[in-house]
Ligand binder design. Structure first.
Ligand code: FES
Length: 616
């Protein structure tokens, strides 16, 4: 039996030889196909579904028989993590199994700050070396810098000198200086660039900035390739714990993604990654630690201690980034094990620290961080909201890609929907899922407890009720797109977690939801949701809609501010110092509070009245 099989993943056109003992999920990972694998390949999430078009494969496992219908199995659908090639194969990857999003989540508010970057460029004229003037390269440049620009340098990055031969005969140079260190050299007049990155668990957003003008030259988003190793941070942490070599693998995946981003962003403006002299990366504490290859196992265990919380400056090359010779990466401070630099960046960009009155800011994601500023007292919590609103763990959930239902209304027993790109529906993404739950609740199809009742579109399938959003007939015989009773429960858990975080903060401050003067919603999911749907199900407090604002990727905006401005970095450190962190699990009566937040609709404060004045 051959030890390798040739596998062709369509319609992506990714193909190559893969070891015979590798599952199709592992083969996909090796070939750069970003298959969803929520359970990390354990065979329990059912999301790595592919269709074998030709060739021989191993027989279906018990998990596949449980998670796939007989019809699907007959049509060649398999779970990639459970299936092994027995010959060369052609495999079709359906869009809903792919992590590649249509929307890249780079949209955010413009950043307005006077540029005061740490790295600055100075043009100097150089006398060519001669027998009469045989000064060393470093002395020649540093003296010219002092004499012509009045800038004193105390040190030189060794990589600058290693690469200097190519510039030795230049009559003029641009010298990049940061904190008294000569850290890059390039032809005179070259513009110095900076890279700001929001390294999310699911998505990565990158921005290329001109460090002199402060302008954003290009922005781009991509999936975090670590997603093939588990969609949430806990799965990834567990995998690195079980197999330490995976920490190295995950680090290199993230770094290669950032290198790719730098390459694509600079290519867009006819520049090169070597012009990037400074990068700022923000992410949650686990992403931060995985990027720096710091230990992460302790982040998943009480008391969830980070390896470091202060801001860090490291050489880009030490992380594996291919930027200017002596470029630096600045990492904003973390607050706690589950509240990282991305939260600090969000607070920086939204200027929550300067807000008057009672203001709430949420960054909704797989983990939702919530901060309440009560007249200058900032307190944050992290809620394990899970990836349900990103389409995960939902029967027909998918990411915001072509064909995803993104808006939905129930009108006279008809479902009116809108899909991304107007394509035929293939699944339902976060904003659509939220709308669906709100509409089912509003029309009494599900009650306050989340129980699904009778309705012409409700039917019984596989032992549970489901509401048909798009029927088989409407999909020309393809399986119907539904919301099942189990999906409703999953969504209740997600919305319950978020609302619990909000209520815990209000209780700690001795305030009620109606006291909130402003709610700032940031993050991928938060940008696209219909706020009224979130209010209807009780995920957000029932406040007048004008009190809510959706600000897009505020963490990315915060990273850009920190890239451009030294004082903004100091402000970020001050924010991290000022924010008081509450570990939700330590909130008295947490379970009861959580239980009351699971109900749909506005929470009944009678349920939680006895829990007022919760102290952290
Ligand atoms: Fe295959 Fe979860 S079932 S990755």
């Amino acid at each position: 039996m051959p030890s390798f099989h040739h596998i062709d993943f369509e319609p992506l056109g990714r193909r190559g030889a893969c070891p015979a003992n590798a599952s199709l999920l592992e083969a996909a990972q090796q070939l750069g196909v970003a298959l969803i694998s929520l359970c990390g390949g354990a065979g329990t999430c059912g999301r790595c579904k592919v269709r074998v078009l030709s060739g021989q494969v191993s027989p279906p496992t018990a998990s596949e028989q449980e998670l796939l219908s007989a019809k699907e199995l007959q049509e060649g659908y398999r779970l990639a993590c459970q299936t092994y090639a027995l010959s060369d194969l052609k495999v079709h990857v359906p869009p809903e199994s792919l992590s590649t999003p249509q929307r890249t989540q780079v949209e955010s508010q413009e950043v307005a700050v006077t540029p005061e970057p740490l790295a600055r460029g100075y043009d100097v004229r150089l006398a060519l070396p001669s027998l009469a003037d045989p000064r060393a390269d470093a002395e020649r440049v540093l003296q010219a810098l002092q004499e012509q620009q009045g800038v004193a340098c105390q040190s030189v990055d060794i990589e600058v000198l290693r690469g200097f031969a190519a510039l030795r005969d230049a009559e003029a140079l641009r010298v990049a200086v940061r904190g008294g260190e000569w850290m890059a050299a390039m032809p005179a007049g070259t513009r110095l660039l900076g890279l700001a990155v929001d390294l999310g668990t699911t998505k990565i957003a990158g921005y290329l900035l001109d460090l002199e003008t402060g302008g954003t030259l290009a922005s781009r988003g991509m999936m975090n390739p670590q997603i093939s190793y588990g969609e949430d941070v806990i799965t990834r942490i567990t995998r690195t714990h079980q197999n330490p070599s995976e920490a190295r693998l995950m680090q290199s995946l993230a770094v290669e993604a950032l290198n790719q981003l730098a390459l694509e962003l600079t290519a867009e403006v006819d520049a090169k990654p070597e012009q990037i002299v400074e990068a700022v990366v923000v992410g949650n504490t686990a992403m931060h630690h995985l990027l720096l290859r710091l230990p992460v196992s302790q982040l998943a265990l009480a008391p969830y201690v980070p390896a470091v919380s202060q801001a860090l400056d490291v050489k880009a090359r030490d992380v594996g980034l291919r930027l200017a010779a002596g470029a630096y990466v600045h990492l904003l401070p973390n607050i706690a094990g589950f509240v990282g630099a991305d939260h600090v960046a969000m607070l920086l960009a939204t200027e929550l620290a300067h807000a008057d009155g009672l203001v709430l800011a949420l960054d909704i994601g797989t983990n939702t961080e919530v901060c309440l500023n009560d007249h200058g007292q900032m307190t944050s919590v992290s809620c394990a909201s899970g990836p349900a609103f990103e389409g995960a763990h939902i029967t027909h959930g998918m990411r915001a890609a072509t064909g995803a239902i993104e808006r939905l209304r129930l009108v006279d027993n008809r479902v009116e929907y809108q899909t991304i790109d107007g394509a035929p529906p293939v699944g339902i993404c976060g904003s659509g899922i939220l709308d669906a739950l709100a509409q089912l609740y509003l029309h009494g199809v599900v009650d306050r407890t989340g129980r699904m009742g009778e309705h012409p579109r409700v039917r019984q399938r596989n032992g549970e009720r489901e509401f048909v959003l798009v029927s088989e007939e409407e999909r020309d015989g393809s399986p119907a797109i539904t919301i099942t009773q189990r999906d409703v429960r999953e969504l209740q858990l997600a919305k319950g977690a978020m609302r619990t975080g909000i209520e815990a903060l209000l209780q700690a401050a001795g305030k009620s939801a109606e006291d909130i003067e402003r709610v700032v919603i940031a993050g991928a999911f938060g940008s696209y949701i219909d706020v009224s749907s979130a209010v209807i199900i009780g995920m957000l407090p029932a406040l007048p809609l004008e009190r809510f604002s959706q600000v897009g990727n505020a963490a990315g905006a915060g990273a850009r501010l920190a890239l451009l401005s030294e004082s903004k970095r100091r402000e970020a450190q001050e924010i991290a110092r000022r924010v008081r962190y509450i570990e939700l699990a330590t909130v008295p009566n947490f379970q009861r509070l959580f239980a009351s937040c699971l109900y749909l609709g506005e929470i009944n404060h009678k349920d939680t009245k006895t829990q007022r004045n919760v102290k952290s």
